[in-house]
Design a binder for this molecule. Structure first.
Ligand code: DGL
Length: 276
């Protein structure tokens, strides 16, 4: 899929904010010599309270930006955007490979020993038809508990510990009350605090992060080979970062979650039209 020798494969990635860094850090840890353009639409975070029509228009605008800047594959690093928009994106750009991030219902139902699975996600993902379809197709015989987490992605994004700690306590209590032994991290922001959640849930509960599966899919479509991060094989991802909102917040997130000193540039985009 690349244009010739010497030109690295080009991946465009978007999310409502820093959540997609949970996927990008996995991609980067494989030192795969990719060029990645990460677009954080943090002016409009959270996506989890937006209607489908708004998300569809916004996802199309962000995809246009990534394609204009040379992306040859678009990674929708957001469960909310994927569950509501990936079908329309694929219809509009039939020749562009899209990789989405969806709640990992199938592996969770397979891994759960007590056949109880809890899905944490934004309110919009929980309400999506796509989630219902995934449950119908892949969770026969398992009890699925849907746990919407309004406000959690925002608190992670702001790294606001005063808001985050009590929210994590509350979320962990709701998850434990379901009796599930397997929890789907159905928003790309949540793996960024997986260790803090796991500490509250205890060792008997298994958290499922889709990043490894998503990154394998990216490699498969680009025809690239993942390899382990060894000093002899270091070909780090070449990273460019854009955001539509607070630049300093994304710079802090890059340092915190990717250990990257990359600087984000501001991108001015037209206002999305309001719709319900
Ligand atoms: N990180 C996103 C997701 O995976 C969206 C969080 C939000 O903006 O509400 O759903």
């Amino acid at each position: 899929m690349t244009d010739g020798p010497g030109r690295p494969p080009r991946v465009g990635i978007f999310d409502s904010g820093a959540g997609g860094l949970s996927i990008l850090r996995h991609l980067a840890s494989q030192a795969s010599g990719l060029w990645a353009l990460y677009l954080a639409d943090n002016r409009y975070l959270p996506y989890g309270d937006k209607p489908t029509s708004w998300l569809e228009r916004r996802a199309a605008t962000l995809t246009e930006v990534l394609l204009e800047r040379g992306a040859e594959l678009v990674l929708v690093a957001c469960n909310t955007a994927t569950t509501h928009t990936i079908g329309t994106l694929r219809t509009r750009w039939p020749h562009v490979p899209f990789v989405g991030v969806e709640p990992a219902i199938k592996p969770a139902a397979r891994l759960s020993r007590n056949r109880r699975v809890a899905v944490m996600a934004t309110p919009a993902t929980i309400q999506s038809q796509r989630l219902r379809q995934l449950i119908d197709e892949h969770a026969a015989g398992a009890e699925i508990h849907l746990v919407p987490c309004p406000g959690l992605a925002d608190a992670i994004e702001r790294a606001d510990d005063e808001a985050l700690s009590p929210l994590l306590d509350q979320t962990a209590n709701r998850l434990l009350a379901t009796g599930a032994d397997t929890i789907v991290l159905g928003c790309t922001h949540y793996p960024l605090v997986a260790d803090r959640l796991a500490a509250r849930l205890g060792p008997q509960v298994h958290l499922i992060d889709t990043a490894p599966a998503v990154v394998s899919r990216v490699h498969h479509l680009l025809g690239t080979t993942p390899h382990s991060h060894t000093p002899t094989h270091t070909e780090p991802v070449q990273l460019q970062v854009l955001c539509t909102g607070d630049v300093a917040q994304i710079d802090r997130a890059l340092l915190r979650w990717l250990d990257s000193a990359a600087h984000c540039a501001h991108l001015e985009l037209p206002e999305p039209t309001i719709s319900t």
